[in-house]
Design a protein around this ligand. Structure first.
Ligand SMILES: [Ca+2]
Length: 350
């Protein structure tokens, strides 16, 4: 009888474990996307809204590709296009922490959305301040929210500075930004980090481990004319907008000598959907805030330690090495074609 009872208990326990595993696979991840929309932001937002693995809890808007007001207008039009006025969309900072704003209409069109006039939004802006909304959501769902900043890190820096407890309460943070092999603004800096280096240094050293999807990997994850043809064969309002943005972005990229459009922001969203799409490397990242040629560079310490140099008379000698803490998982490679097929499959026909 005892043995039978033990057997029944074991069977019930195994059902419970299987149930937990299934639940873990099917429960969507709660995400907040902090965005400066932006053509590739638009592609990233629509990818997120059409991915059952994610539950988008809010969009917060940061100035970057366009000024803050234009970004908020664009974000509201995008959630309206997807029929998702239930998602709070909140404005945030109006300018970077410590420098003037740099915008990128050159790449994104005058309105930031490839100069496509989307229908007026049926959704209304949430009155809360973006960084406060982030703090509120992280406390509402402790250890469940993944932050996905795909613009300059101003709003995230404001949030962690106001309430450092969110660092331990957030589940994860996956950013699009930085590069460990040269920038896309200049030789050193990637645009989102260049847009607010002081904010980025705060975010990297806040005490969490930042998953960094940088421009170098984004530039090896291209949407080409072959992918555009696949999108063009689909129908639906979101499909049509994505196709028009994609065409603009690919043509703009080709004029600058690229073979296709770098899928910067959509790749960061996809890493939350399916982490197996990329290869990550543990590092320590600091952000250069002073360098004459390197302001905004993400400096990755791939050894995990620094030389300890001690002054002996008129010169320094190495006396050992000091460990630096792990604060970043840097994306070093992507499965580009598998990512593009995921992207197309989520948008096509929508
Ligand atoms: Ca962006």
């Amino acid at each position: 009888m005892l043995r039978r009872r033990a057997f029944v208990s074991a069977v019930l326990a195994s059902f419970f474990v299987v149930g937990l595993l299934c639940n873990a696979q099917t429960t969507p991840k709660r995400v907040i996307i902090d965005t400066d929309p932006g053509t590739d932001d638009a592609l990233a937002i629509l990818l997120a809204l059409n991915s059952p693995e994610l539950k988008v809890e809010a969009l917060t808007v940061v100035p970057g590709n366009v000024v803050a007001e234009q970004g908020l207008t664009n974000a509201l039009k995008l959630v309206s296009l997807a029929g998702r006025c239930d998602i709070p969309v909140a404005g945030g900072a109006k300018h970077p922490l410590n420098q003037k704003l740099y915008t990128a209409e050159y790449w994104h069109g005058k309105n930031g959305l490839a100069d496509i006039e989307l229908p007026a939004s049926k959704c209304k802006a949430d009155p809360r301040f973006g960084p406060d909304l982030i703090i509120e959501m992280v406390h509402k769902y402790p250890h469940e929210i993944t932050l996905v900043p795909v613009g300059p890190l101003t709003n995230i820096a404001l949030a962690v500075s106001k309430d450092p407890s969110i660092v331990k309460l957030a589940k994860d943070i996956v950013i699009m930004g930085g590069s460990i092999s040269g920038g896309n603004v200049n030789g050193a800096a990637e645009a989102n980090i260049f847009g607010d280096p002081e904010a980025a240094q705060i975010v990297f050293n806040a005490g969490w481990v930042v998953t960094m999807v940088g421009s170098d990997v984004g530039e090896r994850t291209l949407m080409t004319r072959k992918h555009l043809l696949e999108l063009e064969s689909g129908v639906g309002p979101q499909n049509e907008v994505v196709t028009r943005i994609a065409r603009f972005y690919i043509e703009r990229s080709e004029r600058n000598g690229w073979d296709g459009a770098a899928m910067y922001d959509p790749l960061a969203v996809a890493v939350v959907v399916d982490p197996t799409l990329v290869t990550l490397k543990d590092t320590h990242v600091d952000v250069e805030t002073k360098g004459e040629f390197t302001r905004g560079e993400t400096v990755a310490n791939r050894m995990g330690e620094n030389e300890r140099n001690v002054l002996h008379g008129d010169h320094y000698e190495i006396e050992g090495y000091d460990k630096v803490p792990l604060n970043a998982r840097v994306c070093v490679a992507s499965d580009s074609e598998r990512f593009m097929q995921l992207f197309i499959s989520r948008i096509r026909g929508k």
